[in-house]
Design a protein around this ligand. Structure first.
Ligand code: C2E
Ligand code: CA
Ligand code: CA
Ligand code: CA
Length: 276
């Protein structure tokens, strides 16, 4: 029994070593990825429900990793980037690239907003509004065409800090969207104190808007709530015509999801939607 125990320990150590090695190399590879230009943004259109008109794009990151089959999705590297702090330089790159691309669409005559996902670690840095200001200046993108998406959980982590930060950003003319709304546990009274322009209705609530017994009551309640706060709404993960109709009846302002388009490379957006 003793030798078996010993054996177990060494197997365990070996396993731990292997795991941390995997983590280390992912971190290292991600660090190189940024320098080597392996990170790419795909864009997913958002449309106004009343008119069907395209009003904006959400920028979503992917990793063109050497040796990987296809693009690596963000769930496989964003959590690691957040843990090791790489999310800060990655987030800066995303912000610059999304603004540069949207300025190119602007120059083609489009007046789309571009929505950029911002992690809690980026939001906690006191210099963040200044970084945003510098990017707008460098790219020439009008500030009102930039939307920063922050999650409810990140926003309430340090509410007073977040409030000051968002007010500084609002001063620049940039707007804030609350992502994954309804999935956290924050008080609605708190959310109301933040200068948030739109709320994104999480895909999980949109999915419930189906014929087969799903009642979609939460999505409807969140839309009503946002309206009463004077905030706009974007429903995410809209896949079916039926969901679109129910959202329209609930007075949701805009939709995003596979029904319109999957996230695609910028050139595809230019060809399909920007008359390029
Ligand atoms: P999110 O911000 O909630 O983004 C929406 C996700 O839903 C995207 O997944 C998108 O591809 C997917 N989606 C859109 N429409 C549909 C639909 O109709 N059906 C289904 N099933 N899915 C749909 P993606 O691109 O894999 O991104 C996952 C998450 O990774 C994002 O969730 C966001 O939290 C994070 N992420 C993506 N890009 C960035 C980034 O540049 N920075 C940071 N910090 N996080 C990012
Ligand atoms: Ca988002
Ligand atoms: Ca979301
Ligand atoms: Ca989501």
């Amino acid at each position: 029994a003793k030798s078996l125990g010993k054996n177990r320990v060494s197997v365990y150590d070996l396993e731990m070593n292997r795991l941390s090695e995997a983590r280390f190399s992912l971190e290292q590879r991600l660090r190189l990825a940024l320098d080597r230009g392996e990170l790419v943004l795909h864009y997913q259109p958002q449309a106004e429900l009343s008119s069907g008109r395209i009003i904006g794009m959400e920028a979503l990151i992917r990793w063109n990793a050497p040796g990987a089959s296809g693009l690596v999705p963000p769930v496989e590297f964003i959590p690691v980037a957040e843990e090791c702090g790489l999310i800060v330089p990655i987030g800066q790159w995303v912000l610059g690239e999304a603004c540069r691309q949207n300025k190119a669409w602007y120059d083609l005559g489009q007046r789309w907003t571009v929505s950029v996902n911002v992690s809690a670690a980026q939001l906690m840095r006191s210099g963040f509004p200044e970084e945003v200001r510098a990017v707008l200046e460098q790219t020439g993108l009008p500030p009102e065409l930039l939307i920063l998406e922050i999650t409810e959980t990140a926003a309430v982590r340090d509410l007073e800090h977040t409030r000051r930060m968002l007010l500084d950003l609002a001063q620049l003319g940039v707007s804030i969207s609350l992502d994954d709304f309804g999935t956290g546990y924050s008080s609605l009274g708190l959310i109301r104190q933040l200068p948030v322009k739109t709320i994104k209705i999480d895909r999980s609530f949109v999915q419930e808007m189906t014929d087969e017994g799903g009642n979609g009551a939460i999505a409807e309640a969140l839309i009503t709530l946002a309206l009463s706060f004077g905030m706009g709404t974007v429903a995410e993960g809209v896949e079916t015509e039926e969901q679109r109709e129910r959202l329209a009846r609930s007075r949701c302002a805009a939709i995003q999801g596979y029904l319109l388009s999957r996230p695609v490379p910028a050139q595809t957006i230019t060809k399909k939607f920007a008359g390029g």
